[in-house]
Design a binder for this molecule. Sequence first.
Ligand SMILES: Cc1cc2nc3c(=O)[nH]c(=O)nc-3n(C[C@H](O)[C@H](O)[C@H](O)COP(=O)(O)OP(=O)(O)OC[C@H]3O[C@@H](n4cnc5c(N)ncnc54)[C@H](O)[C@@H]3O)c2cc1C
Length: 496
Amino acid sequence: MLIDDLSAALPADRLVRDPDVVRSFAHDEAEWAPYAQPAVVVRPHTAEEVQAVVRACVAHRAPLVTRGAGTGLSGGANAVDGCVVLVTDRLTAVKEINELERYAVVEPGVVNDDLRAACAEHGLWYPPDPASSPWSTIGGNVATNAGGVCCVKYGVTRDYVLGLQVVTGTGELVRLGRRTAKGVAGYDLTGLMVGSEGTLGVVTEVTVRLRPARAAERTVAGYFDTTVAAGRAAAAADRIWAGSPGAVVRTLLVDFASLASVRAAARRLHDEYDHLDLLVNNVGGFRVRYAVTEDGFESTMAVNHLGPFAFTGLVLDLLTRTAGSRVVTMGSNGHRQGTIDPADLDPEPGPAYRFMAAYNRAKLANLLFAHELARRLRAAGSPAIAVAGHPGLARTEGGREMNSLIRAALNPKVNPLALALSQSAAKGALGPLRAATDPNARGGDYFGPRGRTGYPELVTSSTLSHDDRLRRRLWEASEHLTDVTYLPIHESEASS
Ligand SMILES: Cc1cc2nc3c(=O)[nH]c(=O)nc-3n(C[C@H](O)[C@H](O)[C@H](O)COP(=O)(O)OP(=O)(O)OC[C@H]3O[C@@H](n4cnc5c(N)ncnc54)[C@H](O)[C@@H]3O)c2cc1C
C-alpha cells in the first residue's frame, strides 16, 4: 500500500494522517476550485525524502500535489481524490547568501519575507514582492512566477531564478541552471520550471539572483481627486526624468493649512539640503464655505498667504545663501478687486463669508507679500529675489468646490464661450513659469497675461498692492500670527 511504503521510507513524523488535519491541506486560497480529500499529507525534511515520496507515488500511480503555503489563488495546490499532498513547510533553510556574487541558495519552504530579511542583513535585496510575501514560499513563488508591485521596475520571480534543484516526476534529483552571472549554453530548463505550477517536478532548492540593497525607502502618498489626475502626476514625473536623465524628483508634502505641517516640511528641507535655488509658492485656492484651520485662521487666507509666508520665512536661510535664488509667489487678477485690513484678516466670518472676497483678499496679500519680500531682500543685499506670477483665468481643478453652474460656464464642452473667457491649465502655468525662469527678472516683477488669457508679459499689479504702509502692516501681522520671523532680512537689519 502507498501509505505503508511512505511509512517505511520516511521517519514517522513526516506523515500526517489525522483526517481533520489532512482536510486543512485540501485546498489553497482558491476554495472555489474543485478539491477533494487527500489520502495523506507528507512533510519531508530533505530533497532525498522528497525523492522517496515521488518514487512511492510513481510505484502506486498515486497523484502528487505539491504545496507551499497554500496562498495560491488558482487552485494549483488543491488536492485531487486520494492524492499525496507534499508540503514544503519543513524545507526552510537559507543555505547560502553570497555577498560577492550576489545570490542566495534556499530551500523551497522559505517564506518570501524571511528571505528578504535575511538578504537585508547582508546589504542585499531580493526584489520579487507578491502581496502574499509575509506567507507565500519561494517554492510557490517559483512555481507561479509570482510578482508584486516591484515587478514594473524590477521584474518578476522569473527574472531572479538562476538555478533549481528539482525532483522530477520519475524521482530523479536534478540540477538546472547555474549560479554564475552568465549562463548561455543549453536549453533553459530553469525557465521551463518557473511558472509550471508543480506539474513538472518538485522544486527542492532555489538559487536566486540578488541586488544591492536600495537606499532608505521613501513612501510618498499623494491624494488626487480622480485616477486620471493621479496618472497625470505620474506622467509628469516621468517627463521630468525623461527630459533630465539622472534628475532626482522628490516630493515633500506640505499642508499650508497647518503651521505644524509647514514647520515639519521646512525641517525636512533643512535636513536634506543646504541650499535652495527656487521656491514657487504655487498656491491658488479657496474654500467655497467658511472654514477655519487648526491654527484658527480663515482657511483661504491661511492656505494662500499665511502658510506660504511661514514656509518661505522658515527656509529663507537656504535661499539667501544661494546665488541667483528666487521666490515666486502666485498672484491672480482677483487681487485687483481685493481689500485688506491687516488688523483683521477674517472680516466676514461664518455666514457672512463670501468666497470671492476671501480669495481676492488672499491674492492681494500675496502681491503685498511679494513686493515687501522683494524690498527687504534688496535692502539686505541678499542674492535672492522675490517675484510673482499669475495664470490669468485658467481651467484648473481650483474651482472644484464651486457650484455646477459656474463650473459649467467655464467648461468648453458645455459652454463654447469658455474657450474665449479662459485658457488651458498648461497655458496658465506659463505666467508663474516665466516668473521662475526669466533670466532678466528683477525683484518685485510680476508676470502673467495682460487680461484673462494670453502669454505672460511683465505686468503691473494694483496700486494698492504697492502701498508701502499696507505692505509693512501685513508683514508684521503675518509674522505675529505665524510666529515666524524673517531673521536674515529682519526690518531692524534691513535699511529700506
Ligand atoms: C493575499 C494574497 C495576495 C497575493 N498576492 C499576489 C501577488 O501580488 N502576486 C502574485 O503573483 N501572486 C499573489 N498571490 C497568489 C500566491 O500568493 C502566489 O501564487 C504565491 O507564489 C503562492 O505561493 P505559496 O507558497 O502559497 O504556494 P501554494 O499556493 O502552496 O502553491 C502554488 C502553486 O505552486 C506549486 N508549488 C508550491 N511549491 C512548490 C514546489 N516546491 N515545487 C513545485 N511546485 C510548487 C503548487 O503545486 C501550486 O501549483 C496572492 C495570494 C494571496 C492570498
